[in-house]
Design a protein around this ligand. Structure first.
Ligand SMILES: Nc1ncnc2c1ncn2[C@@H]1O[C@H](COP(=O)(O)OP(=O)(O)O)[C@@H](O)[C@H]1O
Ligand SMILES: O=P(O)(O)OC[C@H]1O[C@](O)(COP(=O)(O)O)[C@@H](O)[C@@H]1O
Ligand SMILES: [Mg+2]
Length: 530
């Protein structure tokens, strides 16, 4: 049987390899190609044993070219150290001797175990994309004594970071007998500008009860060469990187450089973002905690405004480019009359605008609460204030304060135009919702993430991110979580549920332009956006 893959195939489909369903043992062989995916054809039409591998490849190529890929199973695989170090020794997983795991029905995840990205399917729909299931493997590529791991945290804070740190340290120690773990202080730049901390189960024992990050964090300062030099100099062979989209992009560069230098270093990313904007994974850790904490601010706003006449409460929540926190906090609360998010442009003046809606709610109910995500209406604010955007050290756009701007606009409109007194209460709890310890369910989630990362690195996987996909933890290629960000889909039922629960205008009957309008003798600029 000819198992070679035609090079022309890789010219056309360089990121894919193939796995013949009848020859699963080919898997290891195929891993040595510079690839991150394979296809497993389940088609009845697919070649049988009598066809060569080359013929199989050609068949698949023709199927893909003709768009007839309905019966193709796709695994978006993550790299493995043996991809570039083929002679690496492997060892029996020490978990085999663990008392705790002795009763587990399936102690080890096999190479056949995958997690489907799409679980709502129709009878004839394609099998679609899958990821490797996370968890312990029968073989590991490090002995406990030779592991020298490090952990770094980068970007903004998020509830649960300390739990992840704690569980990486304790997971490595309790499950694999590893006792050499370093903490890199102050984000990426800590690799080359600071000393390290020694992390033991005793040192990290209580840290999950505190908010923030025990290792401190920073933005900017990613220098791939200096970081990998430091990894090499310190003899580190497992790198655990906790951070958001920017951090994961940095992790991908570190992994690439490690591979280029041929180092036996496993690079594992743990996705962190309060905004919940990381693609592919179900939800980011700390998000639930943040939504819960946001309830306190919304409650406070509601109590304030229902106690006065014409009370208007505005609560600003985090969400740079997406409104997940605002959406979920609104839906959970039921006290919110209007939720403004970056994905759904809004306008103030005119029919079905925000002012009209506020006036209606004040007349009907005497008060209202608005939740606004910090990234909402940014272009509107910039146009209206002629402000220019600045950037933070990581290159992220610094946001203009939509909460303050909105409060002022509403006050001006009602006092000057409508000749009505409003009682404005503006609450900005943005940092308060992310600087707290994680709640119970986020704590468990953080534990699973940390343990999945530890199992993956011990098993020799590298350049991967961990996370739940349809509730099952998986190893996801880093590029998959950085190439796009997650946003609230206005066409999904979740947003419809929110509109139904608040009864706010959808702001959709408009076109994308600025208009000058005369209202009560005053010329005002109205943004109309679809
Ligand atoms: N495109 C990138 N390539 C390499 N490093 C990056 C990239 N974007 C951000 N980083 C680094 O990742 C770290 C955190 O990024 P940042 O955007 O602040 O937070 P987050 O990872 O939470 O999105 C910073 O040290 C930053 O320099
Ligand atoms: O003031 P900081 O620390 O830069 O953080 C503000 C930003 O951080 C965030 O929490 C997101 O941070 P990340 O990109 O690090 O996940 C945004 O919601 C917010 O705009
Ligand atoms: Mg980010």
């Amino acid at each position: 049987m000819d198992l070679s893959i035609p090079s022309s195939f890789f010219e056309t489909f360089s990121s894919h390899s193939l796995l013949h369903p009848l020859f699963p043992s080919n898997f290891q062989k195929l891993r040595s190609f510079p690839i991150n995916s394979y296809f497993n054809l389940k088609s009845r039409k697919f070649p049988s044993k009598s066809l060569s591998w080359r013929q199989n490849c050609n068949y698949l190529r023709s199927q893909i070219s003709s768009g007839n890929v309905d019966d193709v199973f796709v695994l978006e695989d993550v790299p493995h150290l043996t991809d570039f170090l083929p002679d690496l020794a492997s060892y029996s997983n020490p978990l085999k001797k663990s008392q705790a795991y002795a009763i587990v029905k399936q102690s080890f995840v096999t190479s056949e175990d995958v997690v489907a990205q799409k679980i709502v399917v129709q009878r004839n729909s394609p099998r679609g994309v899958h990821f490797r299931r996370a968890g312990p493997r029968e073989k590991v590529y490090f002995t406990p004594e030779e592991v020298r791991a490090c952990i770094v945290t980068c970007g903004g804070l998020c509830p649960g970071i300390n739990t992840v740190i704690r569980e990486i340290v304790c997971g490595l120690n309790y499950m694999y007998g590893v006792d050499n773990v370093l903490g890199i202080e102050g984000g990426y730049r800590g690799f080359y500008s600071k000393n390290t901390l020694t992390l033991t189960p005793k040192v990290v024992n209580d840290i999950h009860k505190r908010g923030g990050t025990f290792l401190r964090t920073s933005r900017g300062g990613h220098d791939t060469h200096k970081i990998v030099d430091s990894i090499q100099d310190r003899g580190i062979n497992q790198v655990y990187i906790i951070g958001g989209d920017g951090t994961q992009k940095g992790a991908a560069l570190i992994y690439k450089e490690v591979e280029k230098r041929g180092l036996r270093v496993a690079v594992a990313g743990i996705p962190k973002t309060i905004d919940n904007d990381i693609a592919v994974i179900d939800k980011s850790f700390g998000f639930d905690t943040a939504v819960e904490e946001a309830q306190r601010a919304i409650n406070a706003a509601h109590v304030e405004v229902e106690s006065v006449e014409n009370g208007v409460g505005i609560v600003k929540l985090m969400g740079r480019y997406c409104g997940f926190i605002a959406t979920h906090a609104t839906l959970a609360s039921r006290d919110v009359d209007c939720c403004l998010i970056p994905e759904s442009p809004f306008y103030l003046e005119g029919p079905d605008g925000l002012f009209e809606y506020i006036e209606l709610r004040l007349k009907e109910n005497g008060h209202l609460v608005i939740v606004v995500a910090e990234g909402a209406g940014q272009d509107y604010v910039a146009q209206s204030t002629h402000a220019a955007y600045e950037k933070d050290a990581s290159g992220n756009k610094l946001l203009l304060d939509v909460g303050l701007w909105l409060s002022q606009k509403i006050k001006d409109h009602f006092v000057n135009v409508r000749k009505m007194e409003v009682n404005m209460k503006y609450i900005d709890p943005t940092y308060m919702i992310r600087a707290i310890p994680s709640n119970a369910s986020d704590n468990i989630y953080c534990t699973l993430l940390a343990h999945s990362a530890v199992h993956g690195a011990m098993a020799g996987y590298t350049g991967f991110t961990v996370g739940p996909v349809n509730s099952r933890h998986a190893y996801i290629p880093i590029s998959r979580v950085t190439e796009a960000t997650n946003t609230v889909k206005l066409t999904d039922r979740m947003w419809a549920r929110l509109l139904a629960s608040t009864n706010q205008p959808s702001f959709l009957n408009s076109n994308d332009m600025l208009q000058e309008r005369s209202i009560d003798g005053e010329t005002v600029t109205v943004t109309k956006t679809t």
